[in-house]
Write a protein that binds this ligand. Structure first.
Ligand code: FES
Length: 145
């Protein structure tokens, strides 16, 4: 673990307020923030483990377990909710049980007027996603385990 974290720590050496950037880099590198990273980050930043743990658990963005092969974020903010994102999120969660996909809620993807919206693997945005369209996207992704 420390060999993974050392280059991240080096990038943020001496930077004020580096806890969040370090946690972001760890998640970018590993897909999540493992529990064993907490004491190492705490030691590096001269913080308590509780402080680091508190930040990780406060921000829903940080995963504490490894994600599936693909991560699908379903917008659950107000405008998308008004267009059916709750039903879409439930459908997505059910479908994800069959495959190697992690479904996560997200609160606005910036396409509010054309929801419900999803984002796949932090890059592909899809608007007006129906359950049928969602299934077609998952088929394209090859979401089976
Ligand atoms: S509310 Fe869903 S994209 Fe803004």
């Amino acid at each position: 673990m420390i060999t993974t974290l050392q280059p991240i720590f080096a990038r943020h050496q001496g930077q004020a307020g580096s806890l969040l950037p370090i946690l972001h880099d760890i998640q970018h590198e590993l897909g999540y923030v493992p529990e064993e990273a907490v004491p190492l980050v705490a030691q590096e930043l001269n913080l308590s483990r509780a402080e680091v743990h508190g930040v990780i658990t406060y921000y829903s963005h940080f995963r504490r377990t490894p994600p599936g092969k693909h991560v699908v974020q379903v917008c659950c903010a107000e405008a998308c909710q008004a267009n059916g994102s709750e039903a879409l999120a439930a459908h997505a969660a059910k479908r994800a049980q069959k495959g190697d996909v992690t479904i996560e809620p997200v609160y606005c993807l910036g396409l509010c007027s054309i929801g419900p919206n999803i984002q796949i693997d932090e890059s592909e945005l899809h608007a007006q996603v129906t359950q049928k369209k969602f299934d077609a996207l998952m088929d394209e992704l090859g979401d089976a385990k």
